[in-house]
Design a protein around this ligand. Structure first.
Ligand code: R5P
Length: 288
């Protein structure tokens, strides 16, 4: 028997996962004591069951302890297996000690999660210098890929699309999206100088004029990459671009900046947000 247990804020996705899989939807009570310590209580019967804890890790710090407390409690209550379903997996960027004394947080975070859960399911983790999550996670990991979903969205919603990847790293991914969507594609080059400072170079797109640019990326955080790429593409004589992203982290006021710039801003529901238009429910249940 499978129980799907949402951490606070993940109820919508968990309900859809349970419905799709014919699984039981569990309940966790979570609140804060007056001094901000976390209180959690597992209200579902988990003894002997396979429990999926659903918790996207878009803003992991405030919820991390509660997540581990829930995992530990489920284990004490006799669950058979405990899987973390984290549609967005945090702490992937700092995968190397760039400067003396820096924390390599991707390794530390992986170690912490691996000690609390039996398995991890996620969507398109941002692997920079790693080939696989298995290099840092000691538990089995299942990685689902959203590229086919983005491609199908483009096919259904955009005529004559030009799929644009903002950086060289995205080449393979972007060409796969474009091929499946039956669209053209181009990949830009990007250099990052700081959290909100990127330089992007765009090749000559004269031959692509008349197409609808669709910028695709795995993550939008500050929004600087997408906005700068969109601005430079449009400067070559294109109409206002679409912005299509897997993980809508959308820090601070970036969503307002994106909606002011792009004709459409669309994301998958790995991170709950007003821009969600593509569901990863089927993808996550297949990965199960
Ligand atoms: C980086 O390699 C990623 O693919 C994204 O391009 C990046 O995380 C976007 O960040 P921001 O929205 O802050 O420019």
């Amino acid at each position: 028997m499978r129980v799907i247990l949402p951490m606070p804020g993940n109820e919508k996705l968990a309900r859809a996962l349970a419905l799709d899989a014919g699984a039981e939807l569990g309940v966790v009570e979570a609140r804060r004591f007056p001094d901000d310590e976390a209180y959690v209580r597992v209200l579902s019967d988990v003894r002997g069951k396979d429990v999926d804890v659903v918790c996207t890790l878009a803003r992991p710090d405030p919820q991390f302890l509660s997540l581990v407390f829930v995992a530990n409690t489920i284990r004490e209550l006799g669950a058979r297996t405990i899987t973390l379903v984290a549609p967005y997996l945090a702490y992937m960027r700092q995968d190397k000690r760039f400067k003396d004394g820096e924390a390599v947080t991707s390794v530390h975070f992986a170690r912490l999660l691996s000690s609390a859960f039996d398995r991890l399911i996620t969507v398109d983790p941002h692997l920079h210098r790693r080939n696989s999550l298995d290099e840092i996670y000691s538990i089995p990991t299942n990685v689902a890929h959203a590229a086919p979903l983005l491609a199908d969205w483009i096919k259904a919603n955009v005529e004559n699309a030009l799929v644009v990847g903002p950086d060289g790293e995205s080449e393979q991914w972007v060409s796969a999206v474009a091929d499946r969507a039956g669209a053209a594609h181009v990949v830009l080059s990007k250099r990052r100088f700081g959290d909100r400072n990127v330089e992007i170079k765009v090749p000559d797109l004269t031959g692509m004029r008349g197409r609808q640019p669709v910028l695709v990326d795995d993550i939008v955080s500050s929004g600087r990459t997408m906005i700068e790429a969109g601005r430079l593409v449009e400067a070559q004589g294109f109409q206002s671009a679409y912005c299509l992203v897997v993980h809508a982290l959308l820090a601070e006021d970036s969503y307002a900046a994106l909606t002011a710039h792009f004709a459409r801003v669309v994301s998958t529901d790995t991170v709950p947000h007003a821009s969600n238009a593509i569901s990863v429910v089927g993808l996550l249940n297949e990965g199960r």
